[in-house]
Design a protein around this ligand. Structure first.
Ligand code: UGA
Length: 430
């Protein structure tokens, strides 16, 4: 099929390359000329395992990029994969989506024949039908349910395993209100489903598909927060939370993934999406108590980490090494990283902060240009009065003699990754 993808961020680039891989002809539309040039030259504009190879293989053949929205006219289906950031009060900010829909609609005004527009971005329920579809119809002059259909296809890929997650998903969710839209969506996904490990295909309505995405992320974020709540109780009792959580994970109704207790969840998705669905729920008159509690527990974890630090070291004037700045291992993304509230609180407490991350230092420096940065965990620890472990990078599990160069070897572990040994004062958050 001929597909167009509007937006070449994490999701847009990954799905464009993967749709090309399963045999579609794909054009990626983005306003950023640098990203477009990079894709056309066969270079992935973001770092994701396996993406470079796919872009290199298909660029100039089944995959091309352009800044010209007119390219969508030669395609059957367009996926909107534009950012949906948060407003200050947590509400979803749809301005980029609306602008994209206007440009897309204007381009479709000159297309003869039918077109399907699919929302790929995470949007609160009813956005596709009540916000995006009317813009598309007004700009294109097309008739909804006639020569224009809209659909919704939420994305569940994770940063760091985006290609693998997309090509081998747990499920495919296809939201449509018309048979023609549903049939086109099936045609798009059939080759992907055929090469994957037989994922269930959920055919549902458009607003249901929108909600499935929030329900998925909200549930996972709440699962981690519940694990943190339980782990905090364990900590107060002196009980080993890891043994407790791994035991409950053996119950197939609970499951062992996303029970990793620690300093909490960050990233570009969980915090934004949980805030957006809470704000949307309140707008329709419902107070989502569980999701609000999930945020509250998450916000408390960095505060608790600092309390554990204060049990051993007064941060005022102390040299504190922060190990791990990325929001999770395997990425240089620092958006909503737990290191951000921690470093802010340390600076407020007049600590002398040195940060280390294997790959995320430059991104973190943009927000915190004034702290010190080390180029290895060893040099961050050298002379430090305490170390806070914030991201579970595997290399932190191997740190050993490096602790000997600390001024006082206090290690406060927010991810239970450091191997305990004699000669260090080890304190875990949970
Ligand atoms: C998350 C979802 O997992 C994806 O399914 C979804 O598509 C994506 O958001 C999105 O909406 O775009 P991602 O943000 O890439 O993916 O990262 P995750 O691997 O889910 O981790 C999120 C946060 O939870 C990280 O800060 C991680 O350290 C934390 N986490 C994860 C825990 O604290 N404990 C765990 O057991 C697992």
């Amino acid at each position: 099929m001929q597909l167009s993808i509007v937006g070449s961020g994490y999701v847009g680039t990954t799905i464009a390359a993967c749709f090309a891989e399963v045999g579609h002809d794909v054009v990626n539309v983005d306003i950023d000329e640098e990203i477009v040039a990079s894709l056309n030259a066969g270079d992935a504009p973001i770092h994701e395992p396996g993406l470079d190879d796919l872009v290199a293989e298909h660029a100039g053949d089944r995959l091309r990029a352009t800044t010209d929205y007119g390219a969508v006219r030669d395609t059957d289906v367009t996926f909107l994969a534009l950012p949906t950031p948060s407003e200050a009060d947590g509400h979803i900010d749809l301005s980029i989506m609306k602008a994209g829909a206007r440009s897309l609609g204007a381009a479709l005004a000159e297309k003869d024949g039918h077109h399907l527009v699919v929302t790929k971005s995470t949007v609160v329920p009813t956005t596709t039908e009540e916000v995006i579809a009317p813009i598309l119809a007004a700009e294109s002059g097309k008739t909804l349910g006639g020569d224009l259909d809209v659909g919704m296809n939420p994305e569940f890929l994770r940063e760091g395993s985006a290609v693998e997650d997309f090509l081998d998903p747990d499920k495919v969710v296809l939201g449509s209100e018309t048979e023609r839209g549903a049939s086109l969506l099936r045609d798009v996904f059939d080759p992907l489903v055929a090469q994957a490990d037989d994922p269930p295909v959920v055919e549902t309505g458009v607003a249901e598909a929108e909600m499935i995405k929030y329900a998925n992320n909200g549930f996972l974020a709440a699962k981690i927060s519940l694990a943190n709540d339980i782990a905090n109780i364990c900590k107060e009792y002196g009980i080993d939370s890891e043994e407790v959580l791994s035991a409950i994970g053996l119950d197939h109704r609970i499951g062992s993934s996303f029970l990793g207790a620690g300093v909490g969840w960050g990233g570009s998705c969980f915090p934004k999406d949980v805030a957006a669905i809470i704000a949307a729920a309140r707008d329709v008159g419902y107070d989502p108590a569980m999701l609000e509690a999930a945020v509250e527990v998450n916000d408390r974890q960095p505060v608790r980490l600092l309390e554990r630090l204060r049990d051993h070291v007064d941060p005022d004037g102390a040299r504190v090494a922060v190990l791990g700045l990325a929001f999770k291992p395997g990425t240089d993304d620092v958006r909503n990283s737990r290191a951000i509230p921690l470093v802010e609180a340390l600076l407020d407490a007049n600590a002398d902060v040195v940060g280390y991350d294997p790959v995320a230092t430059e991104n973190f420096r943009e927000t915190f240009p004034g702290i010190d940065y080390a180029d290895s965990a060893e040099s961050a620890l050298d002379g430090a009065d305490a170390a806070l472990v914030v991201t579970d990078w595997p290399e932190f599990a191997d740190l050993d003699s490096a602790f000997d160069s600390m001024s006082t070897p206090v290690v406060v572990d927010g991810r239970r990754i450091v191997t305990r040994r004699d000669g260090i004062v080890y304190e875990s958050l949970v």
